[in-house]
Design a protein around this ligand. Sequence first.
Ligand code: AP5
Ligand code: MG
Length: 185
Amino acid sequence: MRIVMLGGPGAGKGTQAQRLSQQFQIPWLSTGDILRHEIVRQSQLGQQVQPYLEQGQLVPDELMIAFIRQRLLQPDTAQGWILDGYPRTAFQAEELDFLLDELEQRLSWAVLLEVEESILMQRSLARSRLDDEPTLIERRIQALFEQTLPMLDYYEQRGRLLRINGSLTPDQVEQQLLTRLNASL
Ligand code: AP5
Ligand code: MG
C-alpha cells in the first residue's frame, strides 16, 4: 500500500496516517514532523527549513523533493508507506510519480481529508507546536488553497483520489478510510 495523505492543518493527516501505518504495517512518514525534529536538532536541513516553517510557508520544492527521494530509497519503505504532508504542490506530485516509475512502484491512493476551515483552525489552535499560532495557521490554510488544492486535479484525472469526510470523529474517519481502501484492494 502506498498512500499520500492530503488536507489542511489539523485535517487529521497525522492521526489517520499513524492508524493506517499500524493497520498495514508500513512506515508513516510525516514531512512536517520530520522537519520540526530537524529544526530542534539544528541539523543542516533543519537550519535551511526553519525560516519557512516559522512563517507558515511551504519549504521550496527542490529541498523537499531531494529529501523524499533519499527517504524512499531506504530499504524500510520498499514494501509501502504512508506519506503525510507530501506532496503538497503539483511539482512535488509529478516528481513523486517520476520517482515511483524509476522504482517500478505505483501509488495506491491520494487521500484527501475534507474538513472545513473553522474546524481546521479550532483543532490546530488546540495544540502548541512551533507553527500553531493563529496567523501562521491562517498562512498554512492559505498555502493549502493556493498551492495544494490545485494539485488535486492531477490525482483526480488519474482516478487516484479518495475524498474522505475528515470532520467526523477519528474512529469514524478511520472506518470510512478502511472501508474505501479495502473495497479497492
Ligand atoms: P505539517 O506538519 O504537515 O502541517 P499541516 O499540514 O499544517 O498539518 P498538521 O500536522 O498541523 O495537521 P494534521 O493534518 O497532521 O492533523 P493531526 O492529525 O495532527 O507541515 C508543517 C510545515 O512543514 C508546513 O507549513 C511547511 O512549512 C512544511 N512542509 C511539510 N511538508 C511539506 C512539503 N511537502 N512541501 C513543502 N513544505 C512542507 O490533527 C490535528 C489535531 O486535531 C490533533 O490535536 C488531533 O488530535 C486532532 N484531531 C485529528 N483528527 C480529529 C478528528 N477527526 N476529530 C477531532 N479532532 C481530531
Ligand atoms: Mg501532521
